[in-house]
Design a protein around this ligand. Structure first.
Ligand code: SAM
Length: 288
């Protein structure tokens, strides 16, 4: 549907369907016409690709994805949007809308059933209340996908795309860099949405790595160590891990030293290979 990001057209559709925004579901719809074509183009929406979209709203991004990709499967939790989408997506026969919570959808099965013979990518203007759980689920599930391109809060984007060994990193950075190569694509001002949120946003892309880094024998323990390491901001690695994982400090310090690191090192100083070495040594010493 043309002009779907035109504010007058959006207001008319929402009024005719008596739609009211749900804050709890993170409903801030895009009204800046230049943003969705850019997300679609930079997010692998093209011939040969099937796209999973999370959270359609009234279908403004869905339209741009459907124009470019072979097929779009859009997952939207709010059933009140279904009649709206029937109208706004009427001209496309390559879009399927699923009314569900994305966290409860079997995405492996969906990809197998809906996208046979296609490469697959995820594109979304994510609901901010659930950004990290959705991203972690998409990565940890090891889905056969090429990329995840999403709009997130600007501050979240900086943290998610921080390199290892940088000041902005956190536990989520370790997981992101383990599974993918992250990149901030462009910023989007708060005025590009209706209703306008209190924060600016950015679009980020995670290109899924073909292989995860070598040397991790127990991924669960590795990510538990990462969460422990960043559980207390500005504390040393030894103190944070010891208190969060309930392992005595001497053992943690020994694992740090065995990894060739300073016992007073802070977690944000570690590279991926140093993190892996530390977690492996800790696992052996703490007998976890
Ligand atoms: N893509 C639209 C746009 O850009 O205008 C809407 C984006 S809005 C930020 C987020 C959308 O995600 C809303 O339509 C909301 O109802 C939907 N949503 C929220 N939680 C969800 C969940 N757990 N699973 C699927 N969709 C969800």
């Amino acid at each position: 549907m043309e002009n779907l990001s035109n504010i007058g057209v959006i207001k008319d559709i929402l009024e005719r369907h008596n739609f009211t925004f749900s804050k709890a579901l993170g409903q801030n719809f895009l009204i800046n016409p230049s943003v969705c074509p850019k997300i679609a183009e930079m997010g692998n929406a093209k011939k040969g690709f099937g796209i999973i979209e999370i959270g359609t709203g009234i279908g403004v991004l869905t339209n741009e994805l459907a124009k470019r990709a072979d097929k779009v499967v859009a997952i939207e939790i709010d059933g009140r949007l279904l009649p709206v989408l029937e109208e706004t997506l009427a001209e496309y026969d390559n879009v399927k809308v699923i009314n569900a919570d994305v966290m409860e959808v079997d995405l492996h099965r969906l990809i197998e059933e809906e996208f046979r013979g296609m490469e697959v990518a995820v594109c979304a203007n994510l609901p901010y209340y659930i950004t990290s759980p959705i991203l972690m689920m998409l990565l940890e599930e090891r889905l056969p996908i090429k990329s995840v391109t999403v709009m997130v809060q600007k501050e979240a984007g900086v943290r998610l795309c921080a390199g290892m060994g940088t000041r902005d990193m956190g536990a989520v950075t370790v997981a992101i860099n383990y599974f993918s190569t992250p990149k901030i694509l462009f910023n989007v001002s708060r005025g590009s949405f209706m209703p306008s949120p209190n924060v600016d946003s950015c679009v980020v892309r995670f290109d899924i790595n073909k292989q995860t880094p070598e040397g991790v024998t127990d991924e669960k323990f590795f990510f538990r160590t990462a969460r422990g390491a960043f559980s207390q901001r500005r504390k040393t690695l030894a103190n944070s891990v010891s208190s969060a994982m309930k392992i005595d400090k001497q053992t943690v310090v020994k694992a740090i030293e065995q990894s060739g690191l300073d016992p007073n090192v802070r977690p944000e100083k570690l590279s991926m290979s140093e993190f892996i070495a530390f977690s492996e040594n800790l696992k052996k010493l703490a007998d976890c």
